[in-house]
Design a protein around this ligand. Structure first.
Ligand SMILES: Cc1ncc(COP(=O)(O)O)c(C=O)c1O
Length: 398
């Protein structure tokens, strides 16, 4: 065991008993290179972060340029920083409807916290609706609206007046009434194992929120910025939320979170009291410069189209593998559902031994996470499918 690994176990707080523990030397394109000389095909992308690939030259150049200009200068919202303004402007151009004003923060959970505060302040109501199976992050507020009790129990009491409804059940949406400040929903549930709702769920939810004056908050932390072959997954259902929550890929590999809403809504955060929602590092200029370069790269390299094409290719190739029950998802956010859920860990291990990193999900035993960088080629997809096929065959013992 290397000294570095021993120090990792000794000095860094663990998040589970068995971390992956790969010692990363470099990362480039779709590959992670370990200290012991292995090249690993990355089909997880840091959980949907590295959409433009590792070490994207345009992103690195934008970071270098920004580092030379300035780092942090002042708490968020006070000074005019070109990198922040340029990214917010570009997000307004690609976001649907009149979502044109951004609050930048540092992570997905922090963006969710901001969105919860926004809906309460804007409506003067307290109730927040979320869905069974949801994952919105691990800060106390975000955890309060997550949909899996075992993760909440040790940390109670959580936020009051949060109610869960079943996901993808139109009939249950009557549970949203005039007491509700906001409804937070992932357009495709990620950690529940890539659950894609039917055609009516999100449009019906949109209409119900409008009827009762509740804000619809779409958590596109995992689905946004091209992962499903559109800039935002809500476009697949032609639904425009009142507030769009982003993180992960929006920073091009740097830490960044954001929530975006129409100006009239966002202005509620600037008064009564002023500075009622602030953050020191939100919208760090280096993260914003990297994020803007990533958006430009997605556009210039046609990565929305590539996500759609490679996603379709992977779906059909993977669904032909023995031992696969179903492939769920859209674009390059895919969940491979195994016929035998107990084989999941073995398949992950066998794939990694053969140079392919795929993952599991927080709440979905028996589903394998397939989320390569959006730059992935057909050849790399085919290589991954071959490794998955072999790993499944070995795990099933035949
Ligand atoms: C849908 C969704 N929302 C929120 C979060 C929380 O983001 P972060 O880990 O940046 O706090 C995640 C993280 O995986 C997520 O998948």
């Amino acid at each position: 065991m290397s000294d570095l690994y021993a120090d990792f176990r000794r000095y860094l707080c663990p998040t589970s008993a068995e971390p992956l523990g790969l010692i990363i030397e470099r990362a480039e394109g779709c590959f992670l290179h370990t200290r012991d000389g292995k090249s690993i095909l990355d089909f997880v992308s840091g959980i949907g972060v590295s959409s433009v690939g590792h070490g994207c030259p345009e992103v690195l150049e934008a970071i270098r340029t920004q580092v030379e200009r300035h780092l942090h200068v002042m708490v968020y919202g006070e000074m005019v920083q070109e990198a922040q303004v340029a990214l917010a402007k570009r997000l307004a151009e690609i976001a649907p409807g009149d979502l044109s004003m951004t609050f930048f923060c540092n992570s997905g959970a922090e963006a969710i916290e901001g969105a919860i505060k926004l809906c309460r302040k804007a409506t003067g109501r307290t109730r927040v609706i979320a869905f069974a199976g949801a994952y919105h992050g691990d800060t106390l507020g975000a955890l309060s609206i997550s949909g899996e009790a075992p993760y909440q129990k040790p940390f109670e009491p959580l936020l009051p007046d949060v109610h869960l409804l079943p996901f993808d059940a139109c009939a249950a949406l009557d549970g949203i009434d005039e007491r509700v400040a906001g409804v937070v929903v992932e357009p495709i549930q990620g950690e529940a194992g890539v659950r894609v709702p039917g055609p009516d769920f999100l449009p019906t939810l949109r209409a119900r929120c409008r009827e009762v004056g509740a804000l619809l908050i779409l958590d596109e932390v995992q689905t946004g910025i091209g992962r499903t072959g559109r800039w935002f997954a809500c476009e697949h259902w032609k639904v425009v939320p009142d507030c769009l929550v982003l993180a992960k890929a929006v920073g091009g590999g740097m830490p960044l979170g954001a929530f975006i809403a129409p100006p009239a809504l966002m202005h509620t955060l600037s008064a009564d009291p002023p500075f009622g929602h602030v953050t020191t590092f939100g919208g760090h200029p280096v993260s914003c410069a990297a994020g803007l370069a990533a958006l430009r790269t997605i556009e210039q390299q046609g990565l929305l189209k590539n996500a759609e094409t490679m996603g379709n290719h992977l779906r059909s190739a993977m669904s032909r593998l023995h031992g696969v029950k179903e492939v769920r998802g859209i674009g390059l956010l895919l969940g491979l559902v195994l016929e035998e859920p107990l084989l999941t860990r073995a398949v992950l291990r066998l794939a990694l031994e053969r140079g392919l990193l795929v993952g599991d999900f927080l709440y979905a035993d028996g589903v394998i996470r397939i989320a390569p960088p959006l730059v992935v080629s057909r050849e790399l997809c085919d290589r991954a499918v071959e490794v998955l096929g072999e790993s499944l065959r070995l795990a099933r013992g035949r």
